[in-house]
Design a protein around this ligand. Structure first.
Ligand SMILES: [Zn+2]
Ligand SMILES: [Zn+2]
Length: 356
């Protein structure tokens, strides 16, 4: 961490008087003010010039800075840097507070879609929270004239002595300001910002896939004090479907067919993802677990839809009436399946169990 040479920044000698420092500061601040200097480095330079001035124009801080500059002691040097960072931060908060606009942060959310919504596109209404400037205090954090009370912990110094070097550190109670604001805005609790519910309609293009990110420019947190709003990023997550399982661009489904249809073949009516009626030809002798692929009836996408893959299962009735039982027993006999439990065999068994 190189120690900034504030004398060099202000273009003055190490033993410059307060008056010389002030004059140098005024000249450089005018030259580097970002409102008049188009150089992209201007605001950084302006900041540095102000930093240098605030340190060197304060006798106590200048003494500390000079001592560390001479000693080259790294530990006290780090402490000093930390201390002036906080000190400067409190200066900048005062400077920045009113006029400076700031871009709002981006918001990242998950967007859950059904396969139909993602596949065919839709208008989706979403609700979320975004930060806006507090409407009751113009984002200042207090109402009306600011009322400050001296910080009880540091007695207004903004820092307290601690550590082995007896080095003053920023006061944690007032965050180095030396004062506490009494009339905090009750709406935002002094933050200057409040959360507000936003409801927007998002147009989902057809063929939107899992993991895709939709960017909505300007729908993130609003900018501070008139700054540009951040963006909203929606990452698509597809919800599980009751019928279809998505595998890449293909859609997989299972269908039960009856034993006669599996044996004899026939046509089966199936509904696609979009509700379209499809007639599927079942090959005679279709086995349980075999599949049929219907091209172009899978998940829609801009590069062409995937396939629909149907896996067939054979339906086994849990209960059979007397007439169906008769037919099945006949069939078993025809097929030579003598292990089948026939009604005659069942009656025989029950008889044997009863006492004569
Ligand atoms: Zn304090
Ligand atoms: Zn407020």
């Amino acid at each position: 961490m190189p120690l900034k040479d504030y004398y060099q920044i202000l273009q003055v000698s190490k033993n410059a008087t307060r008056e010389e420092i002030k004059k140098a500061y005024r000249r450089l601040a005018r030259e580097w003010h970002p409102d008049v200097n188009p150089d992209p480095q201007a605001s950084e330079r302006f900041r540095e010039i102000n930093e240098a001035y605030h340190i060197l124009s304060d006798d106590e801080k200048r003494r500390e800075y000079d001592r560390i500059l001479q000693s080259g002691d790294e530990k006290s040097y780090r402490d000093f840097m930390e201390y002036i960072q906080d000190f400067l931060e409190s200066i900048w908060q005062g400077v920045r507070r009113a006029p400076r606009a700031k871009k709002g942060q981006d918001i990242r959310l998950k967007l859950e879609l059904s396969l139909e919504e993602a596949g065919f596109g839709c208008e989706k209404e979403i609700e979320y929270e975004r930060w806006i400037d507090c409407p009751d205090c113009e984002s200042l954090g207090y109402k009306g004239q600011v009322e400050k009370i001296v910080c009880h912990a540091c007695e207004g110094a903004g820092r307290r002595v601690s550590g082995i070097f007896n080095f003053p550190r920023p006061c944690s109670v007032c965050k180095g300001r030396g004062y506490i604001i009494k009339n905090l805005c009750p709406t935002c609790g002094g933050r200057g910002r409040v959360a507000k519910k936003a409801r927007i309609k998002v147009s989902i293009p057809p063929g939107t896939d899992e993991g895709e990110v939709l960017k909505l420019v300007g729908f993130g947190h609003t900018g501070e004090r008139g700054g540009e709003s951040g963006d909203l990023y929606l990452r698509v997550v597809l919800k599980p479907h009751s019928v279809f399982r998505k595998v890449g661009k293909d859609l997989h489904m299972e269908r039960f067919i009856s034993f006669p249809m599996a044996v004899l073949g026939g046509t089966l009516k199936v509904e696609g993802l979009g509700g379209e009626k499809l007639e599927i030809f079942i090959q005679p002798g279709t086995e349980c677990g075999s599949t049929k692929t219907i091209p172009g009836k899978g998940f829609p996408s801009s590069s062409g839809a995937g396939n629909l893959v149907i896996t067939f299962r054979i339906e086994v009735p849990k209960e059979v009436g007397p007439s169906l039982r008769g037919i099945l027993e006949k069939l078993a006999k025809e097929l030579g399946d003598d292990g089948v439990e026939t009604r005659a065999g069942l009656v025989e068994k029950i008889k044997n169990l009863l006492p004569l």
